[in-house]
Every structure is written in structure tokens, then in C-alpha cells.
Design a protein around this ligand. Structure first.
Ligand code: NAD
Length: 253
């Protein structure tokens, strides 16, 4: 069975949709017949990304909007544009993220940027879109892109780990809130990728390292978990379920 919001004609927004996991997700949503809006910072790669999605799913409507998710006004403008054109949004994937590398006692500006994009970007998306999704009274879907690093918090890159641990908590709080609203058909989910070979992680490598996943494999797993109704969207990495289990926070849908 498919997630009730993932139906032909439903409207999906993917932030950070011009590359990597976001682009693969936009393509997968388009394949299912959804209208897709790719939102990403800067407009240099948006047209190329939209063309790639259209080529993969020619019958689908694909839009783009320049959006910096760290700016609430940009995210509000994105939600307003979708409302004006389609009456609202059914599927929101808060996926935009950066990983410049950080140190515990390193530059505050780096911490600020990572938290602004990775954590505030997700909060902005939830606040700007979800109340209207609830009010619409239709099945809705929110996917926030966390990270294995937000669960296992390995040493190194503290700002990124903090941001992704925050995304996990925000998603859990959102899920609690949605479940407490009678008749609400909007569900929230946390995507927990492991190591995915994208521009974020390639760092000059052209060959995919052993053990890495492609964005398409990651999104295939995401669609499988969404259709199954899972709250956590795990990539098959033994460490992540173990870490979740150790913290006794394994949730049912
Ligand atoms: P990517 O670099 O290919 O894609 C990230 C996209 O986000 C880019 O298109 C970029 O332009 C966009 N972006 C950056 N800042 C933005 C902003 N302020 N506003 C809007 N868009 C912005 O990377 P990816 O690997 O596909 O990453 C997607 C998400 O997955 C990120 O949140 C990342 O942290 C997460 N993730 C990735 C991996 C991995 O191994 N690649 C693992 C765990 C989690």
C-alpha cells in the first residue's frame, strides 16, 4: 500500500531538491505522478534539476523556486506560492543541508550556518507549511532529513551532529503534535541516511566508495518505509537501529 499522500496529482515540495538525495526524491515523487516543486538556494542548478526530473517523468508538472531555508521569509514565500498555484501542499520534504565540517572550539560562524540551514531550515519548513496542511484536512506527509550522525553522534563535526540530533527531536515533537490532533491525516517521518554518495560527501572523489549508497537507493528505501507507515526511515545500517534501541526510542508508526 502506498502512503495516502503519495498519490497522483498531490503536490510535493522538496528543499535542497537540486542535488543528491533531494533530487532523487523529487524524481521518485514525480514518478508517482505528484506535482513537484524543487526548492533550492541559488538558481544555477535549478533548471538542470527540473529538466532531469521532467526527463524521468515527462507527464509531471515540475516547478522550481529559489529558496534559502535558513530565511523564514523565503520559506513563507515558498508555501504561499504553492498555496496560490495549487491551493496548498500535500508532501513536504525538509531536506536541504550543509556539512562544511566543524570543530568544537571552532568558528561560531560555521556553527551558526550549519544550525541555520540544517535545523532552523527544518523548523521553518514545519512552521510555514504544516498548519495549512492540517487545515486542508487531506492526507499529508512531512519527511525531515536527519542523519545517522544525529543518532550515533560519532566524534568529529559537532555542529553537524547537533543539527541532525535536533532534526530528530523536532520530527518527534511534530509527530506527537500531529497525533494529538483529532482527525489529522498528516504524518511526520525522519529519514536517517547512512553514507550516501552525493556532492555533500564526494569531497573530490569521483568513484563511489565501498559501502556508500546512491541517492536513488536511499530514496527507494525511503519510499518503501513510507509505504509501510514507518516513523523512522532507516537505511539498512545495523548501527542505527542498535543506537535507537539502546536509547529505547524505537517508535511504531
Ligand atoms: P547535496 O549537497 O547533494 O544536496 C544538498 C542540497 O541542499 C544542495 O542542492 C544545496 O544547494 C541545498 N542547500 C544547501 N543549503 C541550502 C539552503 N540554505 N536552502 C536551500 N537549499 C540549500 O547533499 P545530500 O547528500 O543530497 O544531502 C541532502 C540531505 O541529506 C542533507 O540534509 C544532508 O545533511 C543529509 N544527509 C546526507 C548524507 C550523505 O551521506 N550524503 C548522510 C546523512 C544525511
Amino acid at each position: 500500500m502506498s502512503h495516502p499522500a503519495l498519490v497522483p496529482g498531490a503536490v510535493a515540495v522538496v528543499t535542497g531538491g537540486a542535488s543528491g538525495i533531494g533530487l532523487a526524491a523529487a524524481t521518485a515523487f514525480a514518478h508517482r505522478g505528484l506535482v513537484v516543486c524543487i526548492a533550492d538556494v541559488g538558481d544555477d542548478r535549478l533548471a538542470e534539476a527540473a529538466a532531469a526530473v521532467r526527463a524521468a517523468a515527462p507527464d509531471t508538472t515540475v516547478l522550481t523556486q529559489v529558496t534559502d531555508v535558513s530565511r523564514r521569509e523565503d520559506v513563507d514565500a515558498l508555501a504561499a506560492a504553492m498555496h496560490a498555484r495549487f491551493g496548498g501542499t500535500d508532501v513536504l520534504m525538509n531536506n536541504a543541508g550543509v556539512q562544511p565540517g566543524s570543530r568544537m572550539f571552532g568558528a561560531e560562524a560555521v556553527w551558526q550556518r550549519v544550525l541555520d540551514v540544517n535545523l532552523w531550515g527544518v523548523i521553518h519548513g514545519c512552521q510555514a507549511f504544516v498548519p495549512a496542511m492540517i487545515a486542508r484536512g487531506r492526507p499529508g506527509l512531512v519527511v525531515n532529513t536527519g542523519s545517522k550522525q544525529g543518532i550515533t553522534t560519532p566524534p568529529g563535526d559537532p555542529a553537524y551532529n547537533v543539527s541532525k540530533a535536533g532534526v530528530k527531536v523536532v520530527t518527534e515533537m511534530l509527530a506527537h503534535e500531529l497525533r494529538s490532533i483529532e482527525g489529522c491525516a498528516v504524518t511526520a517521518h525522519l529519514l536517517i541516511p547512512g553514507f550516501v554518495f552525493t556532492p555533500l560527501t564526494a569531497r573530490g572523489r569521483t568513484e563511489m566508495p565501498p559501502g556508500a549508497w546512491t541517492p536513488e537507493q536511499t530514496v527507494a528505501s525511503m519510499m518503501h518505509h513510507l509505504d509501510a507507515g514507518d516513523f523512522y526511515i532507516l537505511c539498512p545500517d545495523n548501527e542505527v537501529p542498535r543506537a535507537l534501541d539502546e536509547r529505547r526510542i524505537l517508535w511504531a508508526a
